[in-house]
Write a protein that binds this ligand. Structure first.
Ligand SMILES: *Cc1c(COP(=O)(O)O)cnc(C)c1O
Length: 444
């Protein structure tokens, strides 16, 4: 056996072999570089111009934000905190200005005492929380994956790496919220130092206030992982976890907030400032991509200006899409509670072949969604879950309203139920996409 045959590979080896073949056969490295550019362009034409992207964690950044991501400042190093004495490198005075503007804009956007702008991903924000607010051996509680829990708060993510003992937050699968009686029973028994709320599948607010009161007697803290809901929280359209008793929030800047992909962390309590900030630097961030910080600052300014209108249309569109899907015969979670209070719609497609097959069929018709575990699934159904998660952030920024959601529901249903060929639906999607070329809710 050759060395390559023995090598264990977690990635799909067919795709790696495709790349290796191009590199091996190419007469020049320049041509290999061109292959990278070609793949980027293929994605831009398809995903950028021809698809309806309904992935809940995505958002199209404004033209200004996108331009800033390739700015000169992105080649500069600026380890440390804001201010000349706080930096290792000289020459950072303009970088200090960019970072200070970003931090103050974030504080204004979320109405909080403290924010940090140096997290290159929200995963790093969650690692910050588990490093600064938990010790190895501590007990924490978080949501399991079938209820939307994210790996970062479970054994296979930052929480697990920190060596904490993780207990499930008991959930009510029908109400899609915490089962408070059960929570109180488990929490009194376990006495968690930290309870992590918030989820990747998120339709309704969670009882942050009640939970923070339950864990207060033994000094338990509440962490809200608002990766998805961040924009909705900032716009005052979802619960405001910090005002309801949570101690800290993390969020993804590239999800509903619609900024550059990265992380945001927010808190009010001055006692947390040192542990959190000292964990970010020097533990988890060094060269933190100042181009991204500049883009984040502009995204925050745009958010303060347009966020409320933008986020409220996202939620209206999600409600309209959910109702329209159910009209088409596709069951949607949370019907008895108005389907959703976020950008997400969760459909149960178990009767149509399950989430994996349906998501792939839809992608062939240029409708991009993701397979998702839903409460009836087990964690080990990860690869072939029953649900679909659909998000309205991108189509809303492209200027679509409730009536357009009827059309999208029809397109999805025509694929799922086989009412039209995938090829025809794809053509119909491209026609709709062509009519929506402008990004709204941003500066020009
Ligand atoms: C997406 C997500 C994350 C990770 O965020 P990144 O910005 O992609 O690192 C963390 N927690 C939850 C609940 C998420 O949905």
């Amino acid at each position: 056996m050759s060395v390559t045959e023995q090598k264990h590979e977690v990635h799909d080896s067919k795709v790696l072999d495709w790349a290796k073949d191009i590199i091996d056969k190419s007469p020049s490295n320049r041509l290999v570089a061109d292959e990278v550019l070609n793949a980027v362009n293929r994605n831009k034409v398809w995903r950028g111009d021809e698809c309806l992207n309904l992935l809940a964690p995505e958002a199209p950044t404004s033209p200004l934000v996108r331009d800033l991501l390739s700015s000169e400042v992105g080649t500069r190093a600026a380890e440390g905190h804001i201010g000349r004495m706080e930096r290792w490198f000289a020459g950072t005075q303009y970088i200090d200005e960019i970072e200070a503007l970003c931090m103050e804009l974030l504080k204004k956007a979320f109405n909080v005492n403290y924010a940090d702008h140096r997290l290159v991903a929200s995963m790093i924000g969650n690692m910050t929380v588990y490093s600064a607010m938990a010790e190895p051996g501590d007990h924490i509680m978080s949501l399991s994956q079938p209820y939307g829990g994210h790996s970062s708060n479970r054994n296979d993510g930052p929480a697990g790496i920190r060596g904490v003992n993780i207990h499930d937050v008991p959930m009510d699968g029908h109400e899609l919220t915490v089962d408070l009686n059960e929570f109180e029973r488990v929490a009194r028994d376990v006495k968690p130092q930290l309870v992590s709320l918030g989820a990747s599948m998120t339709l309704f607010p969670l009882p942050v206030k009640e939970i923070s009161e339950i864990v207060k007697p033994w000094g338990g803290k509440v962490f809200f992982d608002g990766a998805h809901q961040l924009g909705l929280i900032g716009a005052g359209l979802f619960q405001d976890p910090l005002k309801e008793g949570a101690d800290i929030i993390t969020g993804s800047a590239g999800k509903t907030f619609s900024g550059p992909q990265s992380g945001i962390i927010l808190w009010d309590d001055p006692e947390l400032t040192e542990p959190i900030t000292d964990t970010i630097f020097p533990t988890l961030a060094a060269t933190h991509q100042v181009n991204r910080v500049a883009a984040l600052a502009v995204a925050a300014a745009e958010f303060i200006e347009f966020g409320h209108d933008y986020m409220s249309q996202i939620v209206k569109n999600a409600k309209a899409l959910a109702a329209a899907l159910e009209n088409e015969g596709i069951p949607v979670l949370g019907a008895h509670k108005g389907y959703t209070e976020t950008h997400q719609v969760i459909a149960d497609v178990s009767q149509y072949g399950g989430g994996y097959d349906v998501a792939n069929q839809l992608a062939e018709a240029n409708l991009i969604v993701n397979k998702n575990l839903i409460p009836q699934d087990r964690p080990e159904d990860w690869d072939t879950p029953s649900g679909l998660r659909i998000g309205t952030t991108e189509v809303t920024r492209l200027g679509m309203y409730e009536k357009d959601m009827q059309d999208i529901a029809k397109l999805i249903a025509d694929v799922v139920k086989g009412n039209d060929t995938v090829g025809n639906v794809k053509q119909r999607v491209m026609n709709i996409r062509r009519e929506h070329q402008t990004l709204y809710y941003c500066y020009r």
